[in-house]
Design a protein. Structure first.
Length: 588
């Protein structure tokens, strides 16, 4: 049986592998910081060149831990896993495997999200060794010229990731469930299995087209890290020598490749500790598996469990305990608090109602997807929003310079408006292909961004066609005109705002976030925006162990300290009767 501890408990043996299981609000971050300080004070294995590695999931969590560590943080390397692996494995040792994977080491400059560039897709398919086996309705010409097929290919390739192979190496994979386009009747049409069977075995060559330009995507860091460690075992020894302690927060969200790397490091010399909660595993789309937390093992690992909830009021904890069978949280604050509330109707009405209950206090909204959270920021009803408009722009406008300029500027503007200036500048870099000097690129990007932001009211309420005209007049006079055809129709029938709400905001600091971006955070007042009644399943028929969608909504509910609200479009009489025991229900 796991030993039960609270967030102030100090482990008696700092040299022993451990696993701490703790529900939301248990004080995991507080416990981890105290443990790190305990190790710093008592360890005989640290020094100027030997540090504690502390891995957490987001940059916000990194900053939180560094702030709480204070001056002791100089002996601790706090980082996200991708940043850690890039700094300590990929950057110093990538040249060892560069020839094998066609990697242009000299041009590598960090890592980013995978943005499918169709010019690479075209090259890949035209050079594919099995291209002559492609048959109607997916011949080479049909795949590369028909807009619907291009959309399906782009969706499919955007899902590229890696899994652990039977030889314990990284193997490239793609999600076939995303290889579709949307027909005019809103139905999905998929690339057939024969087509994908032909293309799939050569996916590595597709990735090499990016690597040859020094372009690395986030998951490429995992791919190269495990290949380097497998081929050159001394690199693992170097990691162990540099980091005698390796602690991982939010372990349940780890990719299996990360888990494999951690087992290699912890096999000798390095003490490993993992902290997490299987019910908060919500990154399955990145390969995370909830079961990894409980199945992870190293010799002599000791298990601990934290049952307190220090965050929420009693009535919110009652709701959380309804959803779980594996863990019942103790009410540490022991304050009854307000009854959680369900508002039935549109999401903007629910937000107004939640704000009225909280008087002058801020209400944070948490949504399942990016476009809904952006719609909440702008006061737009999110039921009929289209989150695929950037893909549709790519498929509607055959002029790559024009569409890339439009896309880059919209993304840069919206990122800058959320104070993400570094990301905004990076987006604008894509427009300056003819500028080779990095400083000149940066200067140009900053000038253009200032111009775009200072004139925001000129174009923000107009059509995409109006925005194109503004860019041509003020940013780049050489971008092509919109004379006629499919591209002009798209630009005239879509607004700037429709595209703007599709922009993904990393580390969102606004009052309206996606649930994933709120992970690890907490707020006094939370409104969960659900799109349909079936999303209430996490309360009506809970199965957090097997259902990630339920876990996502559980995580959202557990962010609330004082007041919890849920917005739902409809609610049946039967479900209303079930939920009325735990919620006050009101039409809005």
């Amino acid at each position: 049986m796991d030993m039960q501890i609270d967030s102030d408990y100090l482990l008696p043996n700092i040299e022993q592998h451990f696993r701490v299981s703790a529900g939301p609000g248990a004080g995991k971050t507080h416990w981890l910081v105290q443990h790190i300080k305990n190790v710093l004070y008592n360890s005989k294995r640290l020094g100027k060149t030997r540090k504690i590695a502390c891995i957490t999931y987001t940059n916000i969590a990194v900053e939180t831990i560094l702030e709480r560590l204070g001056t002791t943080s100089e002996h601790v390397e706090v980082s996200t896993i991708h940043s850690f692996l890039y700094k300590h494995i990929v950057k110093p040792y990538a040249n060892f495997i560069a020839d094998d994977f066609g990697l242009n080491v000299e041009r590598i400059d960090g890592h980013d999200e995978h943005l499918v560039r169709f010019k690479y897709v075209k090259t890949w398919i035209e050079d594919h060794p099995n291209r002559n086996s492609l048959r109607h309705p997916f011949t080479i010409n049909q795949l590369l010229r028909l807009e619907n097929n291009k959309e399906a290919l782009s969706r499919w390739l955007a899902t590229i990731s890696y899994k652990i192979s039977s030889s314990n190496n990284a193997e490239i994979i793609c999600s076939r469930s995303e290889a579709f386009y949307i027909q005019s009747n809103s139905q999905r049409r998929y690339l057939n299995s024969e087509c994908l069977d032909i293309l799939e075995p050569n996916l590595l060559e597709y990735k090499k087209l990016y690597w040859s330009k020094g372009i690395l995507h986030h998951d490429d860091i995992l791919f190269f890290s495990i290949h380097i460690l497998k081929r050159f075992p001394f690199v693992t020894k170097v990691l162990r020598a540099k980091f005698p302690y390796f602690f991982v927060d939010e372990f349940q969200d780890s990719n299996p490749i990360q888990v494999s790397i951690l087992k290699e490091v912890g096999a000798e010399e390095t003490t490993v500790g993992i902290i997490g909660d299987i019910a908060q595993s919500i990154y399955g789309f990145q390969g995370a598996q909830a079961s990894q937390f409980t199945s992870f093992t190293l010799p002599g690992i000791v298990d601990y469990q934290m049952l307190d909830n220090r965050r929420s009021t009693n009535r919110i904890i009652d709701v959380l305990n309804i959803t779980r069978t594996d863990l019942v949280q103790n009410k540490h604050r022991n304050e009854e608090g307000d009854f959680p509330k369900i508002f039935v109707g549109d999401m903007l009405g629910a937000y107004v109602e939640a704000c009225s209950h909280c008087q002058r206090e801020v209400v944070f909204t948490l949504s399942r997807d990016n476009i809904t959270s952006n719609a909440m920021k702008r006061g737009v009803n999110g039921i009929t929003l289209n989150n695929q408009l950037f893909n549709e722009l790519n498929n509607s406008d055959s002029n790559s310079i024009r569409r890339n300029t439009i896309s880059a500027c919209i993304k840069a503007i919206e990122l800058a408006r959320e104070k993400k200036f570094k990301d905004a500048i990076k987006e604008l870099y894509r427009m300056y292909r003819d500028i080779t000097d990095k400083e000149e690129k940066k200067k140009q990007a900053m000038n253009d961004l200032c111009l775009l932001l200072s004139n925001y009211n000129t174009y923000n309420s107009g059509t995409l066609y109006d925005f194109h005209s503004f860019l041509k007049t003020n940013i780049n006079s050489s971008i092509a005109n919109l004379a006629k055809g499919k591209a002009k129709t798209f630009y005239e029938t879509h607004s700037y705002q429709q595209l703007a709400i599709c922009v993904k905001i990393p580390e969102d600091m606004s009052f309206h976030k996606t649930i994933h971006k709120a992970k690890g955070d907490e707020f006094d007042n939370v409104l969960i925006v659900l799109k349909e009644e079936s999303n209430l399943e996490f309360l009506l028929a809970p199965d957090l162990i097997n259902n990630e969608e339920q876990r996502i909504n559980y995580v959202a509910a557990s962010r609330a300290r004082e007041r919890l609200f849920i917005s739902i479009p409809t609610l049946s009489v039967a479900n209303r009767a079930i939920l009325s025991n735990s919620f006050q229900i009101k039409e809005v």
